[in-house]
Design a protein around this ligand. Structure first.
Ligand SMILES: Cc1cc2nc3c(=O)[nH]c(=O)nc-3n(C[C@H](O)[C@H](O)[C@H](O)COP(=O)(O)OP(=O)(O)OC[C@H]3O[C@@H](n4cnc5c(N)ncnc54)[C@H](O)[C@@H]3O)c2cc1C
Length: 375
């Protein structure tokens, strides 16, 4: 193990000396912060440090929905959170997606404006009525300028072959991306903008003086003028606020002949979500059946949740077709009691942008933009 003080003159000069901005975490937030900082500070040395050999949190593991609010989620939030906060969150997600498209060309990560549907299962009380749809259409138009984003779609089962669904609500603005290609596109943009990414280095602790921040790692100390923490579900060590790790499990089926399902779908207030990826189904969720077990920083899948996901494939999503599971994995999100991220300065030279919840694809670049605006 080579320590920093054993590196060559060239290595020290090229990577470690006079760092103006050191970003901890190379997810969507870390990389978009770096890109927005570059727009403001042309000559600055900007470095991202990442503990994994790939981003190792949520950004390269998510389901790839570009979502900002389904009717049942909005209904539930409006019951529990004040109205302004609910629509601020909607607005941040909507504009966050625009910010993401401003940073990287959306064709590079296969963005598809394929719509989303919020499914209401048989036997479940449906709280959504025409008056509520009218209300959310009015509020969402104020934010987006687009009319009639939401509407009921009662034909969903015939169209896509679902069973046990009473009706659905469509959001015509939501869509999907290729998660892996987004992370690669951001990384490409980052390197193109002369930003270094150091993989395999974990920030262990931090000390601040008015002039510098010292980050301790197992290879020695990294010094920087300014530091930005973008570690999302792993932020507890840096901030004493309401943030917890939340594991989320996902699976992907084999390719399915003549798959009818096209688009993105949620049900049970977003606790379950699925989409097609070409001719496969990606399905995730189920944290609600084992909240304690899934409040963890440890990656892994469990029989309880994987079995529940497979039951949903059998009963609702692919009831009359054979399928098998070809991939399953987990990722770690950062959540709290509210759905707003924590984005702020911790002191004169350190900022933090974490707690992106389950909507970081849409929110991430907006958080990065705000973090960069502090410097
Ligand atoms: C299974 C799953 C499905 C999801 N589906 C969707 C979806 O469809 N749509 C959507 O909008 N959102 C979705 N999300 C949420 C979304 O992926 C996240 O909100 C978003 O990726 C958060 O980005 P981030 O950059 O804040 O965090 P992350 O991507 O988690 O990045 C944080 C990085 O910090 C690194 N790190 C942590 N601690 C340290 C340290 N001490 N030193 C160095 N590096 C460190 C981690 O390795 C990690 O790479 C999903 C999440 C999961 C897990």
């Amino acid at each position: 193990m080579l320590r920093f003080d054993e590196l060559s003159f060239w290595e020290k000069l090229s990577y470690f000396e006079k760092i103006d901005f050191l970003i901890i975490g190379s997810g969507i937030v870390g990389m978009s912060t770096a890109l927005y900082l570059r727009r403001k500070h042309n000559d600055a040395r900007i470095v991202i440090m990442e503990r994994g050999y790939l981003p190792t949190g949520a950004s390269s593991k998510n389901a790839g929905f570009t979502c900002f609010g389904s009717p049942t989620e909005l209904y539930d939030d409006l019951k529990n959170i004040d109205e302004n906060t609910v629509w601020d969150t909607f607005s941040n997600r909507y504009h966050g997606l625009k910010s993401l498209f401003d940073l990287v060309d959306k064709t590079t990560f296969d963005y598809e404006p394929c719509k989303s549907w919020d499914l209401i299962e048989n036997g479940v009380k449906n709280d959504i009525d025409n008056e509520f749809i009218e209300y959310i259409n009015t509020k969402s138009k104020e934010i987006t300028g687009i009319s009639n984003i939401y509407g009921e779609d009662g034909e969903i089962s015939e169209k896509f072959g679902f069973e046990h669904i009473q009706t659905s609500y469509c959001n015509k603005l939501e869509g999907a991306i290729h998660t892996g290609k987004l992370v690669q596109a951001l990384h490409k943009e980052v390197t193109h903008n002369n930003i270094q990414v150091l993989y395999g280095i974990e920030a262990l602790s931090m000390e601040n003086s008015s002039k510098e921040v010292h980050i301790e790692t197992k290879y020695g100390t990294l010094k920087t003028e300014n530091c930005i923490i973008a570690t999302n579900g792993f932020a507890k060590q840096w901030i004493n606020e309401d943030i917890l790790p939340a594991r989320a499990q996902v699976l992907v089926t084999n390719p399915i002949k003549d798959l009818k399902v096209k688009g993105t779908f949620h049900f049970e207030k977003g606790y379950y979500y699925f989409r097609n990826v070409g001719d496969r189904i990606l399905l995730g969720g189920g944290r609600n059946i084992d909240i304690d077990g899934e409040t963890t920083e440890v990656f892994g899948t469990t029989d309880q949740i994987q079995n529940k996901l497979q039951e949903l494939l059998n009963t609702i999503i692919l009831p009359n077709q054979p399928w098998s599971i070809e991939y399953s994995w987990s990722g770690i999100m950062g959540v709290g009691k509210t759905k707003s991220p924590i984005v702020k300065m911790l002191n004169n030279n350190t900022a933090i942008g974490v707690r992106l919840g389950g909507m970081g694809v849409a929110l991430g670049a907006q958080v990065g933009k705000k973090l960069a605006s502090y410097f």
